[in-house]
Design a protein around this ligand. Structure first.
Ligand SMILES: Nc1ncnc2c1ncn2[C@@H]1O[C@H](COP(=O)(O)OP(=O)(O)OP(=O)(O)O)[C@@H](O)[C@H]1O
Ligand SMILES: [Mg+2]
Length: 318
């Protein structure tokens, strides 16, 4: 079996937070991500969902080594990159790229679009200057912008065009893994659909492996192969996309799905978010005997395997 493009093992992040005391500031730890394990197989799109503040972005940034994990491992093609220093990490940087909601803020306003898209080639010392420009113009075309855009500047673009440029810049190094953190949430509905189609086409063409972070569950449903659900820094459920939408087991996943806006009033479901207490009391209790993989009975919830691809945080009884 080949190693997955990206694997996270028990990844955690604690941020120091100031807890009062103006003269003698004291610090406490805020656990933003708490032992997250997930796999993005080669040539697959994995959705990462969960309410605001559940730790999605922090997880994505740690996966790309853009912020340092407090503990846990990050494996790219089976190689543990979590402790590599700057120089050792550089070859892996080519393999992993990120597109953010607001990638525009990362585009240098003084650079032409051709320069912006070519910059990663320049940073990695790849190709001659002429070939870099040619590659950048080719990528602008590939993301649906005319080559003439190469001479333009970021402020001349619409939001959707900026995201196209950000995608071209992220993919010009032909990475194997892409983290897309709400890449369309700032866009209008019609533009959003175009960018999603573009991502889908490029994923197929390049065999990309994508961790797709989104609040937009209808996009997640149409785009992803599997879904990982985070709640308060932990993974509470992960399963093939259809299983998440049709047979979710965790109360938090259900409350997230209930929050999807519906188009037809007669399909309207109860969509008040459940309180943390309701979610806590609704955590499934599963018998150790009924699980696909062995688990020890325990009073605290643990992530257990209910079918080979479907894992849910549950209390295991004897
Ligand atoms: N640099 C930081 N210092 C302190 N706390 C942080 C920092 N970055 C994130 N956090 C906290 O960590 C938690 C997780 O944040 P994160 O941005 O990963 O959530 P998210 O799931 O991406 O949310 P959203 O859907 O709103 O983007 C939040 O409570 C956030 O306030
Ligand atoms: Mg976020």
């Amino acid at each position: 079996m080949t190693a997955p493009a990206l694997e996270l093992r028990g990844l955690s992040k604690k941020f120091p937070i100031r807890v009062g005391g103006r003269l003698l500031p004291r610090y406490a730890e805020h656990v933003a991500v708490d032992g997250v394990s997930l796999v993005v197989p080669t040539n697959r799109i994995v959705g990462l969902v969960g309410e605001s503040g559940s730790g999605k972005t922090t997880t994505g940034l740690m996966a790309m080594r853009l912020i340092e994990p407090t503990s846990g491992q990050i494996l790219i093609d089976g190689k543990d990159i979590s402790r590599l220093g700057h120089a050792e990490l550089k070859p892996f940087r080519r393999q992993m790229q990120v597109v953010f909601q607001d990638s525009y803020s990362a585009l240098d306003p003084m650079m032409t679009l051709a320069q912006i898209v070519a910059e990663p080639l320049h940073i990695h010392g790849l190709m001659t200057a002429r070939a870099q420009t040619e590659a950048a113009l080719g990528w602008l075309e590939r993301v649906g912008l005319d080559r003439s855009y190469g001479q333009r500047y970021p402020h001349e673009l619409s939001g959707g065009q900026r995201q196209r440029v950000a995608i071209a810049r992220a993919l010009i190094l032909r990475p194997s893994v892409l983290v897309a953190d709400e890449p369309t949430s700032a866009l209008d509905v019609s533009v959003k659909a175009q960018i999603i189609n573009l991502l889908q086409d490029l994923q197929e063409e390049m065999g990309l492996s994508i961790l797709f972070i989104s609040h937009d569950l209808s996009v997640v449903r149409s785009l992803t192969d599997t879904v990982v659900v985070m709640h308060r820094g932990r993974v509470v459920e992960q399963a093939p996309t259809e299983a998440i939408f049709l047979e979710s087991r965790h109360p938090y996943t259900r409350s997230l799905l209930d929050a999807i806006p519906v188009l037809h009033p007669r399909d309207r479901r109860r969509r008040t978010f459940q309180s943390a207490e309701t979610i806590a009391t609704g955590i499934p209790r599963l018998s150790a005997r009924d699980l696909a993989a062995p688990a020890m009975p325990s009073a605290t919830p643990q992530l257990v395997t209910v079918t080979p691809d479907h894992r849910v945080e549950a209390i295991v009884t004897a």
